[in-house]
Write a protein of this length. Structure first.
Length: 131
């Protein structure tokens, strides 16, 4: 049985430069995009919005779909649906991020910095599509 998850690459422009939000999961000591598994009978885009809010404290609107990334977790295939989601100044002001056992921290990076920071190669595909 496959695992299905959904998330987004959150982006914004800062002084004309593209910045993307990357989360750090302390449990795995990794840097990745905000995403998570679907709840039973949940649609992928609803799951993406829910997971982003849970992991980053940001309430976003999904933009263009970027990719469906496939990889293995142990011996099970995992499919992660990614969208682009622009984050406005108003969204940042309303953000209610609290570090927890799932996400310890998050930060905004340039595309070049994000490519170096991301732990997994499969996370590069949706970033390339965004750019």
């Amino acid at each position: 049985m496959a695992i299905v998850a959904a998330g987004a690459i959150l982006w914004r422009k800062v002084d004309g430069d593209l910045k993307v939000l990357v989360i750090h999961r302390d449990r795995y000591d990794d840097w990745s995009w905000p995403k998570g598994k679907l709840d039973k009978h949940e649609h992928v885009n609803v799951a993406a919005i829910r997971e982003i809010k849970e992991e980053t404290g940001l309430k976003v609107h999904l933009g263009v779909k970027l990719a469906v990334v496939e990889y293995r977790v142990d011996k099970v295939k995992k499919y992660v649906h990614y969208w682009a989601a622009e984050v406005t100044d108003a969204m940042l002001q309303a953000q209610k991020f609290v570090p927890d056992e799932e996400v310890g921290s998050l930060d905004w990076f340039s595309v070049k910095e994000a490519k170096k920071k991301l732990t997994y190669k499969h996370d590069l595909e949706p970033l390339e599509k965004l750019v």
